[in-house]
Design a protein around this ligand. Structure first.
Ligand code: FES
Length: 157
């Protein structure tokens, strides 16, 4: 039997169903991703474009997701790093953690960060999302190269 319900109101049954669904999703995410990945994906740091950056690059991953990295330099030191992505949660986590790792480093030090370092900093990624770390690291490296020489059209990661 259909219950009378004003549009926008939820019945107690519906509230319980939604709460159970949210709990189940949280359980599945916690089983699949580390606490660090979930924290960085849910509360990303350094998310957003930068006006007139010193270094910038955008790359598309093989999966079609896009990552952009923006750098502000003071001499050889990265004093601000931000990112944008239309990618998955793990990609957001990678952009957040990588920009935090790059902060305060010299260009040379930041260019030496490997995808495996980023994965380790996130306490691991599921194998099918390790390419998200490669996309982030490759975009950072290209942003560094673009600072050091004129920007070229974006290619594939
Ligand atoms: Fe492709 Fe995350 S799934 S970058």
């Amino acid at each position: 039997m259909m219950e009378d319900n004003v549009a926008g109101e939820q019945t107690p049954d519906m509230d319980r169903l939604i709460a159970e669904l949210m709990e189940e999703i949280a359980r599945q995410e916690a089983a699949r991703y580390s606490a660090k990945v979930l924290e960085e994906a849910r509360n990303p740091r350094n998310l957003g474009a930068m006006l007139d950056p010193d270094g910038h690059a955008g790359l598309n991953g093989a999966c079609g997701d896009r990552m952009e990295v923006f750098l502000r330099l003071d001499g050889p030191q990265i004093v601000r790093a931000t990112f944008m992505t239309d990618g998955c949660g793990p990609t957001v986590a990678c952009g957040s953690m990588l920009t935090r790792m790059a902060l305060g480093k010299t260009l040379e030090e930041a260019a030496a960060i490997r995808a495996t370092d980023l994965v380790a900093a996130l306490d691991g990624l599921p194998p099918e999302h390790e390419h998200c770390a490669s996309l982030a690291v490759n975009t950072l490296r290209l942003a560094i190269l673009n600072y050091e020489k004129p920007e070229e059209p974006a290619g594939d990661a």
